[in-house]
Design a protein around this ligand. Structure first.
Ligand SMILES: *Cc1c(COP(=O)(O)O)cnc(C)c1O
Length: 340
């Protein structure tokens, strides 16, 4: 039996259709630009997201890094959230591999970077300082949707002072589906965007970076330099095409399931759930008395996986359904009941 896995939407397994198209994909050597399936995916992504060009890469960490390296030179800096993936969860890659300095900014309400703090962090042109070149936002951020008004305000200010704007849109389509808008209403504000195919969209591997031809050409070079050149990658891109064409609307189910899960968790006395954060496919809960490790190990021995961090994050996705949620709730209640 497969475990019921709430750790992340990255655990989603490819659909039958994905497996079929992967088996039959027409391929070539992508480092020569010869893989027709990779090329097709890149065209589809650029078109859907409203950019001139796109590049397929192994992971979101890699598409973010090649974006940062394409936008910034050695000794430049990017403004980024203190809790942003591109700052905190990518091993310091921009600094380590790109010689690019992060300037983290504490998140404000709903995870946005407050405009006044963005303004205050931009450095004058002066040899004492790194050159501020780029504003990097994230949407969704910990499951939270960044409003169109905020995005417009922050990016238009950034552009007015000569900064480029990059969006870490690993879960961009969760925001799009939640707001029931066209993805371009968000992406039109950014010079580049990175999206993940391997999260809620259920592809096994892969991310895309979109931008101008000029930016993507630079990114293509950095991807190769970083060892990211893949050969018959059309096997993976084939699943990515299915992800973009057929898995986006389904994300609404994940959002509905997250709300159901959140309400049921909130009804358990020993848990505190922050309902304001339940906007897409994530639910955050804190335990009042037991440790997360105790709960996690009880659940694991019953076939349910969660990450035992202080605030427990439950992620809903294609491979958890409402029955699974019932099962999990029953076991969580059982855990607290038996402790009494
Ligand atoms: C998952 C994720 C990424 C990319 O992660 P990879 O595992 O490298 O694909 C980037 N940004 C955010 C916000 C993410 O959640």
């Amino acid at each position: 039996m497969q475990a019921i896995d709430f750790r992340s939407d990255t655990v989603t397994r490819p659909t039958q259709k994905m497996r079929q198209v992967m088996a039959n994909a027409v391929v070539g050597d992508d480092v020569y630009g010869d893989d027709p399936t990779v090329n097709e995916l890149q065209v589809i992504a650029a078109e859907k997201l409203g950019y001139e060009d796109a590049i397929f890469a192994a992971s979101g960490t890699q598409t973010n890094l090649i974006a940062l390296m394409a936008h910034c030179d050695r000794g430049d800096e990017y403004l980024v959230g203190q809790q942003a993936h591109t700052y905190k969860f990518e091993g310091g890659g921009a600094a380590v591999l790109g010689s690019i300095q992060p300037q983290p900014i504490l998140e404000g309400e709903n995870g946005c970077l407050p405009l006044d703090d963005i303004k205050a962090a931009i450095k004058p042109i002066d040899p004492h300082f790194a050159r501020t070149r780029l504003l990097c936002l994230e949407n969704t951020h910990s499951g939270r949707v960044q409003s169109l008004d905020y995005i417009e305000e922050a990016t238009s200010y950034a552009k007015s002072v000569g900064l480029a704007c990059h969006l870490d849109g690993a879960r961009l389509f969760n925001a799009v589906v939640k707001q029931n808008i066209d993805v371009k209403q968000i992406t039109q504000h950014f010079d580049s965007v990175s999206i993940c195919l391997s999260k809620g969209l259920a592809a096994p591997v892969g991310s895309l970076l979109c931008g101008t031809h000029e930016l993507i050409n630079k990114a293509r070079r950095w991807k190769k330099v970083l060892g990211g050149g893949m050969r018959q990658a059309g096997i993976l891109a084939a699943a990515g095409i299915v992800a973009l064409n057929e898995q986006v609307e389904r994300l609404a189910e994940d959002h509905e399931n997250a709300l159901i899960l959140a309400h049921k968790l909130a009804n358990i006395e020993e848990l505190t759930v922050d309902m304001a954060k339940v906007q897409t496919n994530m639910v955050f809960a804190e335990l009042k008395s037991s440790t997360p490790a105790e709960l996690a190990s009880h659940l694991e021995s019953n076939g349910i996986l969660i990450s035992p961090s202080n605030t427990i994050r439950f992620v809903t996705h294609k491979d958890v359904n409402q029955n699974d949620i019932e099962t999990a709730i029953g076991l969580i209640k059982g855990f607290f009941y038996n402790k009494k």
